[in-house]
Write a new protein. Structure first.
Length: 507
């Protein structure tokens, strides 16, 4: 829950009792303030933060709006947050006020204190540039406090990395990447000067890559990634020759590669797909060169497939072929043991079936002659994979894609193949219905499952279209046969298969 306002009120009360009623035993100590910061940080991701009410109650509506406007103008260089109902920096304001109270009470905030304040800015939704600038100011203030002996520990890699993460979410094209690169160089300089625990780690480099890639500078992110790969591989070769580097280069991980792959695939340029493919190939080469834990996952392929089927590369004549090649490669690697490419449990909450249907649809949209064949191939692959991966069991949606392929390809057997698929769908419906009838004898109360391959109006219309566009001499007879199937299925109780005017016209 959101207890940020509650802890702020509690701190106010403790400080009031200590000062006004001379009760020093209840004065907040370092631990009290740090606990409060942890609560504020954990509540920072809420848009409907309780801190809105706290500051209105504390300062009054008009005064609070003015004070908050001044705060955001100072921190962010603009004053766009004028709504009384929500200001994205309320949580940051609260966290910094706690930090200020600690310093005014002559406490020496520790590394956890500053990490909590930075984490608050990192978690604020819609913080954008204001949150990044505020976090940047916190870590620079930490440096100054350490320089003047107000705190014991200077900022370490953890603090700087959180600032980079805030910049990567700022949405500031150009500025975000440049600032993160400056922070990275600054960390390296401080490391050379002997400051402890400030050497950049993989999380730091990933945050910098992220800041470039997600803010419109994918080429810079790619350059940084490939530089990391080259430096690490050069060091590994020297090590094999008996020459050990004093400082080992940072080794990129799966996140490093996937970030660049994703952003090239999302680029609004046709060349983005090929650039993403090149990074995927480099990732696989790096993996096979002895970095076994740097492995592709489902996103590594799905991002590029999306580029060729739904994104900027979809209109390229070879886009369907490239997407199909990637999907076949993905299936092949899954069969070789790379189970994370098609996980049984999808942590990203995206259905892997879309990768298959989008490839079929890419062939169909361009009226490719192989659209139906590709659809059948992938439907068969889904059926086999569906034995262990529930989400890949062929369903109505998948069958519609294949029927669309047959309706678009214009091959002589398109109508027959589409009708055969319709019959398979109807057989599956009949099998499920028969099992439900048997179950009815044992238990009348439980809800009975339905077929996931249930036919619809569109299924039959697409099959008729496949007949109509086919050069087969049986096209009229075939279209009429599909209409009869549709009528019979509707009469059998499938309300989704109600015949339409178009169905009769095709016949």
């Amino acid at each position: 829950g959101d207890h940020a306002a509650s802890v702020m009120k509690l701190l106010d009360r403790m400080e009031h009792l200590a000062e006004e009623l001379d009760m020093p035993s209840v004065r907040p100590n370092l631990r009290s303030y740090n606990v409060a910061l942890g609560v504020i940080s954990n509540s920072a991701s809420r848009v409907d933060t309780s801190l809105v009410g706290y500051y209105k109650e504390k300062n009054g509506d008009d005064d609070d709006e003015e004070r908050e406007g001044n705060h955001t103008k100072t921190k962010g260089g603009n004053n766009n947050h004028k709504s009384k109902s929500f200001n994205p920096l309320y949580a940051g304001r609260a966290a910094e006020s706690v930090l200020g109270r600690m310093l005014s009470s002559n406490f020496r905030p520790d590394a956890y204190t500053f990490a909590s304040v930075l984490n608050t800015y990192q978690r604020i939704p819609n913080g954008k540039l204001d949150a990044a600038l505020a976090a940047d100011g916190v870590v620079r203030g930490m440096e100054s406090l350490h320089l003047h002996d107000r705190i014991d520990e200077p900022p370490d890699v953890f603090h700087y990395t959180m600032v980079c993460a805030c910049w990567s979410r700022s949405g500031e094209q150009g500025v975000a990447g440049e600032r993160c690169s400056e922070i990275l160089r600054h960390m390296m300089e401080r490391d050379q000067e002997g400051y402890p625990r400030v050497r950049p780690n993989i999380r730091t480099f990933n945050a910098v890559i992220d800041s470039h890639a997600y803010n419109g500078r994918v080429a810079e992110a790619e350059d940084m990634l490939l530089s990391m790969v080259d430096n690490y591989e050069s060091s590994a070769r020297r090590s094999m020759d008996g020459i050990e580097d004093e400082t080992l280069p940072i080794r990129p991980d799966s996140f490093s590669f996937n970030t660049v792959i994703q952003q090239w695939a999302r680029a609004r340029t046709p060349e983005g797909g090929r650039r993403a493919e090149n990074i995927l190939d480099r990732m696989l080469q790096f993996h096979h060169d002895g970095n076994a834990d740097v492995r592709p996952d489902e996103r590594s392929f799905a991002y590029i497939i999306y580029h060729y089927t739904k994104g900027a590369g979809r209109m390229s004549p070879d886009a369907p072929d490239r997407a199909l090649k990637l999907l076949r490669r993905m299936i092949g690697m899954h069969q070789q043991g790379y189970k994370e490419l098609l996980p049984a449990y999808n942590q990203n909450k995206t259905n892997p079936i879309f990768a298959f249907t989008s490839v079929v649809d890419a062939h169909s949209v361009l009226r490719r002659s192989d659209a139906g064949i590709v659809g059948e191939e992938l439907l068969g692959a889904m059926a086999k994979l569906g034995e262990t991966i529930e989400a890949l069991r062929p369903n109505t949606y998948a069958c519609l894609s294949v029927l669309y392929g047959w309706s678009s390809c214009g091959s002589i057997d398109a109508g027959e193949r589409a009708t055969a698929l319709l019959r398979r769908m109807e057989e599956d419906m009949a099998d499920v219905a028969a099992k439900n009838d048997v179950a009815d004898d044992d238990d009348d109360d439980n809800e009975k499952p339905s077929s996931i391959m249930r036919t619809t109006q569109r299924c039959y219309i697409l099959a008729q279209t496949a007949w109509a566009r086919s050069p087969s001499v049986r096209k009229a007879e075939g279209a009429s046969e599909v209409l009869e199937m549709m009528e019979k299925n509707y009469a059998g109780g499938n309300m989704d298969a109600k015949p339409t005017v178009q169905a009769y016209l095709w016949s």
